[in-house]
Design a binder for this molecule. Sequence first.
Ligand code: B3K
Ligand code: ZN
Length: 882
Amino acid sequence: MRTDSPQTIFRKDYTPPSYLVETVELGFDLDPARTIVANRITLRHNPDSPSAGKGGADLVLHGEDIELVALRMNGVALNPGQYILGTNTLTIKKAPLNVVLEIETICVPENNTTLSGLYVSNGSFYTQCEAEGFRRITYFPDRPDVMAKYTVMLRADKEKYPVLLSNGNLVEEGDLDDGRHYAKWEDPFKKPSYLFALVAAKLVCQEEKFKLADGRDVLLQVWVEEGNLDKTDYAMQSLKNSIRWDEERWGLELDLDRFMIVAVGDFNMGAMENKGLNIFNTKFVLANPATATDVDYAGIEAVVGHEYFHNWTGNRVTCRDWFQLSLKEGLTVFRDQEFSADMIGTASGRAVTRIDQVRTLRQAQFPEDSGPMAHPVRPDSFVEINNFYTVTVYEKGAEVVRMYQTLLGREGFRKGMDLYFQRHDGQAVTCDDFRAAMESANGRDLTQFERWYSQAGTPILTAKGEYDADARRYVLTLAQRCPPTPGQPEKQPFHIPVAVGLLGPLGADLPLNQAGDTTVVLELTEAEQTFTFDGIGAVPVPSLLRDFSAPVILEYPYSDEDLLHLFRHDSDPVNRWEAGQRLAMSRLLKLTAAAQRGEELELDYTFIAAQRALLLDDTLDAAFREQALILPSESVIADQMEVVDPHAIHTARQFMRRTIASVLRTELLNAYAANQITGPYSPDAVSAGKRGLKNLALAYLLAGKDGHAVNMARRQFEEATNMTDRAAALTALIHSGADASEQLQAFYDQFKGEALVVDKWFAMQASAPTTDVAHVRELMGHPAFTLKTPNRARSLLFSFANANPSQFHAHDGSGYEFWAEHVIKLDALNPQVASRFARSMDRWRRYPPALQEHMRRALEKVAGATKLSNDVMEVVSKALAN
Ligand code: B3K
Ligand code: ZN
């Protein structure tokens, strides 16, 4: 926990480091209660730093929660008068131009519950250094623009920690006295400190030799705790697919002889791209059919890919400073999205991944963009950088990268990527450098495009069409505006690629130009522009923003008729889905309003008929039909309302589900029967799609309070041969309010030894609309519950606060009291996890006054807590600020 007062850091204040580090030699004597770190660094004054002075410059090292034992400079021990030890810094005034520092420090990994720096999980040692965890291991200029070569010597008890790993290549290993052993690792590549990693653990591995495109053999390893070797195949396969894909799609090769993935049960995020030694949350490594769902499998593929792709986009070319985080994250998310889409292979599979991305943006990023934590893709300031690993930096950042590709074409984008690596390999650079590479490689001026990096907020795109039958001309007027965000009252127009198609009266795409293109990308750069299409023979229905070509909110006065036309015929599957979402949303909003007025709810047959036609359309993949039948979530509906009424929204959405279930009962039963899969489990997209549709049908049927459906679900639960079907049946049972106590107990008994499955068990209960605060508190008392393991805390607390709105927002404010109490409790253990949880209250000002009052009190309670971390302080103070 930081003890200094929170300080805002500004992007404009960037200055190059006063010293550069050439080499780092680290020696670890690993002991959970007292680890000694010996650090020898060679530094030289940076001639490009403004701090140049004749007698040398001030050498400032970062350090946090470590005890300084000894310090030598150029071979001479320094006594306390010769350096300044601040709370989190060590400064040597007017240091010489060339410096060799020898620093000895002590840390206590077993007490490190922050999971940042060096920590213990289930008796073994792991590290997490991004963003600023390396300073919790040793004193160092811990910033990404200081890149150095590392040599690491690990020493530890051989029996307790038989496996000793670090970055790069193993150069030496052997035994020491007293049952200890050692391993020496050397990373041939310069890297920033945030990519340092070590593991000293009792682990086993699945390993394989793999041939790279250039013929080199590399060693691939997936390390897990004993007993989990039956769950590493998919991660290994995903790693091999990632390596191949990076070679084929981008011409990027693995640059090491050895690449390791290590799974750990206590981890703050998904995974970490440490050079050659990726450390993963077990959630994104371990899978077999009995324990993991289709969604888990897809997550493993995406995250294994993501971390592997960082080797080029992040590690070989890294960030100059943390404001540039999206340079590596947005780009790498884009790369992992493309990887997942290419792995599916089919056009509609690609669309389904795109729909998922759009859903994430609407579910999480748009709300962030219009809330108190709104920030540009490249933020201008922060208090705690760990608070900025956000959906804006990651997912909106990926959309920004995707827009380059949409504007420049696939080939042009590839040229830009090639130039980016050619120019910047081995460097720490900025988002501007990336844009400059795209510009130079394509001879295009992308000055205005920069606003996607500097302006926060979701642009609103309004469209209007006019058809002139005599002239056979369609004129499309596009306009844009962007609401103010904290610190940015006014916005300049963005450069927005708008992919457009026009549907004729029979649903076919109309040719839009001489070349016969049926989709064109319009470039909107002004506040308002018109675009003319000639040779249009009949009044068309516009299909706008195809494939979601820009992260904007599109407003167009679509009639129900237009939407039904698009829902039936649009050749762009994403917009086809979108039309269905719009049809559903307009009804959900009306139903919500009616529920608020206490009126009887009614759903029109037109909408259900459209759903029915889609469900019955066998020409469509099951995966696509599933997507199209999922209604907008309660929080996405909430986002459409001026004042959010979580209870009315819940009533409305449940009513719609129930109505669909009863009217389409036969069709849903048929879909359930038709999409059964026999034979061994496979996570491939076609099978997963069938399971998805079948399980959605089951959930609908249960929502319809159908007694027969309860039996179907119980039977599926019992007979399931994979976790996807088992968990889906149990979730549907619990969420429908049916009695599932027996099944819950059986599930727990069967899987209590599988931490990731126990997480599911907590999560499905926490998100059930029948689970209130009292029940969550009860679940916290379960022997399997602990706040210390982030996955477990997330499975219960986060699921409740974020996925159970009608209970979290209980009228009496008890949900918020629970929130405040646990933000404070979590903060004492792990500020990063606490701060994520704290964000569940971001949107408090959108609720009715009575709820707001409860929420304000809860926020103030947290803000007023003694010993709050910077992480949580930043989030709650921004939430409370006007
Ligand atoms: N780069 C890491 C994130 C580290 C987060 C530190 N709070 C994971 C990733 O994006 O690949
Ligand atoms: Zn990443």
